[in-house]
Every structure is written in structure tokens, then in C-alpha cells.
Ligand binder design. Structure first.
Ligand SMILES: [Zn+2]
Length: 117
């Protein structure tokens, strides 16, 4: 059973919107297999480093968020959206509205964060 009365329409809208923003930010970039800047044939070299489109760390964050969005969408489709991936309890709707890609309830998330550090 889907948990609580989640405003899934709003969440779907948020997800679509956020995905568009992120795709605009990454500009269709894909994680590259082989790293290494090969852009040596810029016009005068002045615009290279300073204006790198998106820096790599930021790009990685955007791509990670896109994957989270994809998973959130799959959970919405499967009907198990809003369930904590750790304890299986319902995630508070307020938390999901604040962070629609959340996969853990507040308690499990803070436990996981403590483990992670
Ligand atoms: Zn939990």
C-alpha cells in the first residue's frame, strides 16, 4: 500500500521541473570514461580555465541528483515511493516535500550520516 496521502502530483511536477533544470546545467554531459582536458584548441586560451562550463565536482553532484530523481520516479511508478529504504516506515510527507528524492526517514538518514562520517 502506498503510504499516507502524499501529494504525488506535486512531487511528480517537482521531479520533472528539477530534472529539466539539472539537464540544462549538465548540458547533456556524460561522465567521461577517460578523464583529462583535451581542449587545447581554443581561440586564444583566455576563456579556458576561468570559464569551464561546469566544474567537475559540481557536474558530478548534478549527475548524482539526476540519478536520484530517476530512482524517485521509479518508486513513484512502482508505488513504493515514500517508504524508508532502511526501516520501511513511511517517510514524513513534509520531509518528502522538502526533499522529494529522500529515500530514508529522518531517523535513518541521520543514523546513516553519522555512520558516513
Ligand atoms: Zn527509516
Amino acid at each position: 500500500m502506498p503510504t499516507a496521502d502524499l501529494p504525488t502530483d506535486r512531487i511528480r511536477q517537482w521531479i520533472d521541473e528539477r530534472e529539466r533544470q539539472l539537464q540544462a546545467l549538465v548540458g547533456g554531459a556524460q561522465p567521461r570514461e577517460s578523464a583529462g582536458p583535451e581542449v587545447t584548441d581554443l581561440k586564444d586560451g583566455a576563456a579556458d580555465e576561468a570559464e569551464a562550463e561546469v566544474d567537475d565536482a559540481e557536474l558530478a553532484l548534478h549527475l548524482a541528483e539526476l540519478r536520484q530523481i530517476e530512482r524517485a520516479r521509479e518508486r513513484l511508478a512502482a508505488g513504493d515511493y515514500g517508504q524508508c529504504s532502511d526501516c520501511g516506515e513511511a517517510i514524513a510527507p513534509a520531509r518528502l516535500l522538502a526533499q522529494p528524492t529522500a529515500t530514508r526517514c529522518t531517523a535513518c538518514q541521520s543514523a546513516a550520516e553519522q555512520h558516513a562520517r
